[in-house]
Write a protein that binds this ligand. Structure first.
Ligand SMILES: [Zn+2]
Length: 153
């Protein structure tokens, strides 16, 4: 099964609010009704689907996320990036609550990739407790990508 937790028992999940960026802890089996963000009361997406962020949103997520953050640095003109999108989606859903998947459009928001020294896209970086712990350039097949993320998450 992809996304098998590596030795850690997760009884709750952490989800980022796409609206305000706050992290919300949700029980593994969410209570009936749609979960909402504790800070801004907006509906919370608990699917694990990748969220688009700008430079600011990225910096805040990396600094404040209680779970590993996988970031996809991409651009609309990049063919391999488009191939990677559904894979990222799969990985995000498999890791829902255990990791947060973010996407940075490097054309609209070039600052983070410049700061991180990213030379080619797509590039994927896993951040843990505010630090980069793994980096991968180029697309990997979905199972390999899932394993790579799980290994570092
Ligand atoms: Zn919110």
């Amino acid at each position: 099964m992809p996304g098998q937790p590596s030795g850690l028992l997760y009884v709750t999940g952490m989800f980022r609010c796409a609206h305000c960026g706050a992290f919300n802890r949700i029980p593994a089996t969410p209570p009936a009704g749609a979960p909402t963000c504790g800070r801004c009361k907006t509906g919370l997406d608990v699917s694990g689907a990748p969220q688009a962020v700008d430079a600011d949103g990225l910096a805040r997520a990396i600094a404040s996320s209680p779970v590993p953050v996988l970031v996809d640095f991409w651009a609309p003109w990049c063919g391999p990036c488009r191939m990677a999108a559904p894979i990222l989606e799969q990985v995000g859903r498999a890791q829902a609550g255990r990791a947060v998947v973010l996407k940075v459009n490097t054309e609209d928001h070039p600052e983070p990739s410049a700061r991180l020294g990213i030379r080619g896209i797509p590039t994927f970086i896993v951040f843990k407790e505010g630090r980069e712990v793994a980096r991968q350039s180029g697309v990997l097949p979905a199972p390999v990508m899932t394993q790579w993320v799980a290994q570092h998450a």
